[in-house]
Ligand binder design. Structure first.
Ligand code: GUN
Length: 283
């Protein structure tokens, strides 16, 4: 068997086209969705992610700006800037690019952003709403994964979903979203013993490990849907995921590639959240 490839990039493109139409409609009503991104310091990976967000916003007609602050910015200065943006009615979405320099407490920053402008979906209020199944801003990577599964008509209800990874950004929330969709969810992580005992029973396997080839053919149940969230840069500069793509695609029924899989969907869902914020749908 050879798996169907879940083409995140194509799906992202289609969703962005639909969003462009919606943004045009909102602009005709005098509403211009606006995203403000704060970038602290000069981490090259963060800069590149922020550029990607700015570019994708522009392609969809969403207006955006990037506030760059020096690496020695104090936590207080950053919190004051966030307060200013919270109070600015022309700013609908606020995103502080992570990670932050060590002297700034990430949680203080996340909690300072108004939940109504928290397009990352990281604020504890929005996480709480996600857990109770209320309509809210969903964290972008898990939201993108869920959208991929649904777009490919992959059944979630009643299936056994195994999530490898328990970060606040990916692992924990994707498990919760799959549970909300009536999957039976197992979390695995770095302290799990006999990982294969769990992965080999997964109908849906979400892999967020951060290591190339961490998941191989022997980990996979026949016919599983495998979503690779890993982004690893190899010595030759190329990108690869956490899954041995060639071998696993012989056994799985669906597989998402890296690149052109989850990555493009993450940014797309950020735009979706920004439009939602502009429309005032999540307070
Ligand atoms: N750094 C890596 N991923 C993310 C993300 O989804 N949001 C923010 N704010 N920072 C990140």
């Amino acid at each position: 068997m050879s798996a169907d490839i879940i083409k995140g990039k194509e799906l992202a493109h289609k969703l962005k086209e639909e969003m462009s139409k919606e943004v045009l409609f909102l602009k005709e009503q005098g509403l211009v969705p606006h995203l403000t991104v704060i970038l602290i310091g000069d981490n090259p990976a963060s800069k590149s992610y922020v550029n990607g967000k700015k570019k994708a916003s522009g392609e969809t007609g969403i207006s955006s700006d990037v506030i760059e602050m020096g690496v020695s910015t104090s936590e207080k200065e950053l919190l004051m800037k966030i307060q200013e943006l919270n109070n600015d009615p022309s700013v609908h979405g606020i995103l502080v690019q992570l990670p932050l320099p060590e002297h700034i407490d990430e949680q203080h920053v996340i909690e300072a952003i108004s939940p109504a402008k928290d397009v990352d979906g990281f604020h504890p209020i929005n996480i709480g709403r996600m857990i109770t199944g209320e309509d809210t801003f969903l964290p972008c990577t898990p939201y993108g994964i869920l959208t991929m599964l649904k777009s490919y008509d992959i059944t979630i209800e009643g299936k056994h979903a195994v999530v490898i990874g328990r970060s606040n950004i990916v692992g924990k929330p994707i498990g919760q979203l799959l549970l909300n969709e009536n999957a039976t969810v197992t979390y695995c992580h770095s302290k799990t013993t006999n990982l294969i005992d769990f992965t080999s029973k997964a109908d849906i396997l979400i892999v967020a490990v951060g290591r190339p080839n961490a998941i191989r053919e022997e980990h996979i149940k026949d016919g599983a849907a495998v979503i690779d969230v890993g982004i690893n840069r190899l010595e030759d500069g190329s990108l690869t995921g956490d899954v041995d793509f060639d071998a696993v695609s012989e056994k799985a029924s669906y597989i998402s590639p890296v690149p052109r899989g989850v990555g493009p969907m993450t940014i797309t869902m950020l735009l979706q959240n920004t439009i939602k914020a502009a429309k005032g749908l999540s307070k």
